[in-house]
Write a protein that binds this ligand. Structure first.
Ligand SMILES: *Cc1c(COP(=O)(O)O)cnc(C)c1O
Length: 232
């Protein structure tokens, strides 16, 4: 099932990219692996997944110990508490969900301690939703401007989780806004910043995201099936 699902998503990605006049190779499919065990993660990687996104530190740690992600890069995409930063920095290739200054400072301290540079994205609360974390769109520029104060963090781009879309096209304005923010920041040529990664688009809206410039989609349900939140 997982391999078939991935093939269907790849075909849909390719079509969406072509429609937008984009090269499908510009867009990474990141498998959102939460609540899927090591065997299912391995099946996804065997079917060509090159990037896994994990939400919870406990699951990340357990699956790393089982070498579940071997052959793929690992990203952290969930809300990260500062007391768990040590378990994530240096363990993942990219922390996508840097959503507040306190967390950025904490990642900087831990990366410095380990003597590494941690790749990060800034998470934007693009729909200004109470229930979601992330920087406000108007804060992003100031954070990017201050990034030289965090020499052990390398800013690679932006991530966002827009509101649940009711119908196709709903989230285009959010995706377009994120892209605009990235273009503006790139134009300012801040020290040591790239805005190459725009992580936006999930099961319900990834085609719209691709149409609006996404370079990384994070897909869970369409790969693994619906998650059973009742199980735990
Ligand atoms: C679960 C999750 C996804 C994937 O969501 P689906 O709708 O299942 O594709 C993407 N991004 C984040 C941050 C998630 O937590």
């Amino acid at each position: 099932m997982i391999a078939e699902n991935i093939a269907v998503i790849r075909a849909r990605m390719e079509l969406a990219a072509k429609k937008a006049g984009r090269d499908p190779k510009e867009i990474v499919l990141c498998a959102a692996t939460k609540m899927n065990d090591a065997d299912r993660v391995r099946a996804a990687i065997a079917a060509g997944i090159t990037c896994c996104g994990e939400n919870r530190v406990q699951e990340l740690t357990a699956k790393l110990a089982l070498h579940s992600y071997d052959g793929a890069s690992v990203h952290f995409i969930g809300h990260l508490q500062t007391n768990k930063v040590r378990q994530v920095v240096g363990k993942v290739d990219l922390i996508q969900s840097v959503d507040r200054m306190e967390l950025l400072a904490c990642i900087e301290r831990e990366a410095a301690k380990q003597g590494i540079v941690q790749d990060i994205l800034l998470e934007i609360n693009i729909g200004a939703e109470e229930s979601k974390s992330g920087f406000a769109p108007e804060e992003i520029d100031a954070v990017a401007a201050s990034i030289a104060q965090f020499p052990h963090c390398r800013l690679r781009g932006l991530m966002a989780i827009p509101p649940v879309s009711e119908k196709s096209g709903d989230n285009c304005r959010f995706f377009t806004e994120i892209r605009r923010i990235a273009v503006d920041i790139t134009a300012k040529k801040y020290h040591n910043i790239s805005m190459d990664i725009l992580s936006m688009g999930m099961t319900d809206d990834f085609e719209d995201a691709i149409a609006c410039g996404s370079t990384m989609i994070r897909v869970g349900t369409a790969i693994f099936g619906a998650r059973d939140y009742g199980k735990k």
